[in-house]
Write a protein of this length. Structure first.
Lengths: 311, 427
């Protein structure tokens, strides 16, 4: 179906370092450790790898999901690259993922920094901020749908703010903003939790020492906090981008891909193929999308490799 | 899955196993234990509004025909059962492009030799052929015909002395007068894009261009679709879309952000004079105001009153997959459902029309305005139903209504159609 979750091992994860040490220490790995991998490997192979390979095979045919089919070679792929709707959906999805990941990370990091300071009600606020994470995406989307369609325009009319008197969901130039807002709102808690964990691991002595040296809070953030949580930024960004690229339920609940086709994501066009009898063609689309997603993840890792500072 | 209890089985695991089997049985996956010694059929019908109704019918069938048990499968998606090659023994499904895929590939058996097949109105039977045929077979028996037109608020029309329009210019006059009186002429719900093609698009096209014929010729042309080809969206739908554009100027102001449920609510509250919806909306509107006086008429789009036709669709059709291992029993069930007392009662009770010759008219007042058109087969299947879902017609309409530029939409449709034909994508 949609892209596989390509979860790269974070390059600076502790396990990666400890493993060689343990190996040299014990001579060889306990065979039972391999045994632990078996259930995951079996399930992953049976339910992810095999279906994906079958799907990739059918993307080379005119299969509709049942009955007979014939082999087409790469014709589906050739058609894909000349289909303006497909290209448009890639443009939208990539742009959306880029904007949303930036918005979500900036807000989440800012909130995390604020919440790890000794402010009042930090615990209560942390709980409140996490709520969006536990609500299903489609529910969130429908609630926001109501806010954007009714409440916001009513509010704008009441205060006489022209641009928002018409719902942004009906405006092809602005509808994407609603999806960014809801997606970010929904994913910020997860990133926030990771950043909170990251920030608490930064020793307080560093801040005290830098304060003695006369560093401003901004300078502390730039020279201490940011380098030390860079690894967490990487993890959050990769996970975030991966999630945003597969955006589906939020769009279904908010705009249905409209107005027109202004907010049709790749996942939506792929899914449309299953109900529309366009199975093989959209399978080709899914295969391309899988490659694109994998490439982006690899590019992110390469680009940020070695940037994280370790103490 | 085996249901045998091995001697060594502990009580707890036996209980757990039984519970699991019960759950499976309830989900319709393990029907083998029903009618002992008899045959168990799986009947597929997923139209939510009538699931309970068909349950009743199936129980009645079981009483009348001991030895056959019927399990009602109401899962939403039709494809998985064919993908697994385990289709239901009898299907009862909306006849549309989706069902056409199965017809075309010959996985639905021939029903032409059933006695009831000869009792179906031929002009309705022919409708199923517009989507797909399989050589030498009657793959689908039409069971229920739904007719749709313009739903109007009789009270508003009477208060302003407005006639039911019979020509396009009369329709525009009615809209103008309503607007002058400060009443929303037509309520539209752009957010649910299906409502756009079902109403605005299909009604504007149907009485001017015969959709079945148009799409047959369009398909024959293959990739040769454009302004210079014998038929094309750009050429043949130009006038209908001019109509659609005009109608869209009479929509409620917030049409862009309104959804189907909003529409039913607003119309039920008398906030608009007309509503381009099918009979399915009537029960929803009745929830808002059961006493609202409602009428229906076919949308006139030309100056000749005789051109008017209603939009119909075969809301339910019966079929038996060739893969069913209980062909004889499946046929018995189909014959039971097609019995005049059963099929006519179903349609009378569900705001639809029986497909049998000499069927009684639909008694519901609200649909009276469409009856004569159904009777003399002055109907068409909506143009939008011939457009594969891989072309997002509803979304295109949304954009066209917003910009008022229906011509580019028609050019896009031609281009999309060319591309589909080019990679030989079937419906």
């Amino acid at each position: 179906m949609t892209a596989l979750p390509t979860l790269p091992a974070a390059p600076d994860a502790p396990a990666a370092q400890d493993a060689p040490a343990r190996r040299s220490h014990g001579g060889r790995v306990e065979p039972v450790h391999y045994l632990f991998l078996v259930p995951t490997l079996v399930v992953f192979t049976a339910f992810v790898v095999v279906p994906a390979l079958i799907g990739i095979f059918y993307s080379l045919t005119d299969y509709v999901g049942f009955g007979e089919w014939s082999f087409l070679g790469v014709r589906n792929y050739a058609a894909l690259f000349s289909d303006p709707r497909i290209l448009e959906s890639y443009g939208f999805t990539l742009g959306f993922a880029l904007v949303t990941v930036v918005v979500a990370q900036v807000v989440a990091l800012a909130l995390a920094v604020a919440l790890t300071r000794r402010i009042r009600f930090a615990t209560t606020l942390r709980t409140v901020f996490v709520i969006p994470m536990v609500v299903a995406g489609i529910v969130v989307a429908y609630v926001f749908n109501f806010l954007f369609s009714n409440s916001l325009p009513a509010l704008a009319t009441a205060v006489g703010f022209g641009p928002l008197e018409e719902s942004i969901l009906g405006n092809p130039d602005l509808a994407w903003l609603s999806i960014v807002i809801v997606s970010a709102w929904q994913t910020i808690p997860g990133a926030l939790l990771v950043y909170t964990a990251g920030l608490t691991s930064v020793p307080n002595e560093l801040y005290e020492a830098s304060a003695l040296d006369g560093a401003s809070p901004w300078r502390q953030f730039r020279s201490i906090t940011l380098p030390l949580v860079a690894g967490f930024v990487l993890i959050n960004t990769i996970l975030g981008v991966k999630g945003y690229l597969g955006v589906y339920d939020v769009i279904v609940g908010l705009t249905g891909g409209g107005p027109g086709t202004a907010t049709s994501s790749v996942a939506m066009t792929i899914f449309g193929g299953f109900t529309g009898g366009d199975y093989a063609y959209q399978m080709a689309n899914a295969t391309v999308f899988l490659l694109v997603t994998a490439l982006i993840s690899v590019a992110q890792i390469v680009a940020t490799r070695g940037r994280a500072v370790r103490l | 899955m085996s249901s045998h209890v091995r001697p060594g089985l502990s009580r707890r695991s036996f209980l757990a196993g039984s519970a699991a089997l019960l759950a499976l049985g309830a989900a319709g996956c393990a029907p083998s234990s029903r009618a002992a010694g008899g045959v168990t059929l799986r009947f597929y019908e997923q139209k939510q509004e009538v699931v309970a109704y068909f349950d009743e019918l199936l129980r009645r069938f079981e009483r009348e025909r001991p030895g056959i048990a019927v399990v009602h499968d109401s899962t939403v998606a039709i494809a998985p059962q064919f993908v697994r090659n385990e289709p239901a023994d009898v299907g009862c499904f909306n006849d549309n492009l989706e069902l056409a895929r199965y017809v075309e590939r010959g996985v639905l058996g021939d029903l032409s030799d059933l006695p009831s097949a000869r009792t179906v109105r031929t002009d309705i039977g022919e409708l199923t052929d517009q989507y797909a045929t399989y050589p030498g077979r009657t793959s689908v028996l039409p069971y229920s015909l739904a007719a749709a037109g313009v739903i109007y608020n009789k009270r508003i029309f009477a208060d302003h002395d407005l006639p039911v329009p019979a020509t396009w210019s009369q329709f525009v006059d009615v809209c103008e007068e309503l607007r002058r009186a400060g009443i929303t002429p037509v309520y539209a719900t752009d957010r649910d894009t299906w409502t756009l093609w079902q109403g605005l698009f299909d009604y504007s096209v149907g009485s001017l261009v015969a959709p079945g014929e148009f799409f047959r010729r369009l398909t024959e042309q293959g990739t040769d679709v454009g302004p210079d080809s014998p038929v094309s969206f750009e050429k043949d739908f130009a006038v209908p879309m001019e109509r659609a554009r005009t109608i869209s100027t009479y929509f409620n102001e917030d049409h862009a952000v309104r959804a189907y449920a909003d529409g039913n609510l607003a119309f039920g509250r008398g906030e608009a004079a007309m509503y381009l919806q099918g009979p399915w909306a009537l029960s929803q509107i009745a929830l808002v105001d059961p006493d609202l006086e409602i009428g229906t008429f076919p949308l006139p789009v030309s100056e000749d009153p005789d051109d008017r036709q209603v939009r119909v669709n075969i809301d339910l059709g019966l079929w038996i997959p060739t893969a069913s291992t209980h062909q004889e029993e499946a046929r018995e069930l189909v014959e039971f459902l097609m019995r005049p007392d059963v099929i006519n009662a179903y349609n009378a009770d569900n705001l639809a029309y029986s497909t049998l010759q000499d069927a009684p008219p639909q008694q519901d007042e609200r649909l009276a305005g469409l009856q004569e058109y159904v009777d003399r087969a002055a109907f068409y299947q909506g143009a939008g139903t011939f457009v594969p879902t891989s072309i997002p017609l509803g979304n295109y309409l949304q954009e066209a209504i917003r910009s008022g530029d229906f011509e580019s939409m028609l050019r896009t449709l031609d281009a999309d159609w060319r591309r589909l034909a080019g990679r030989e994508a079937t419906v």
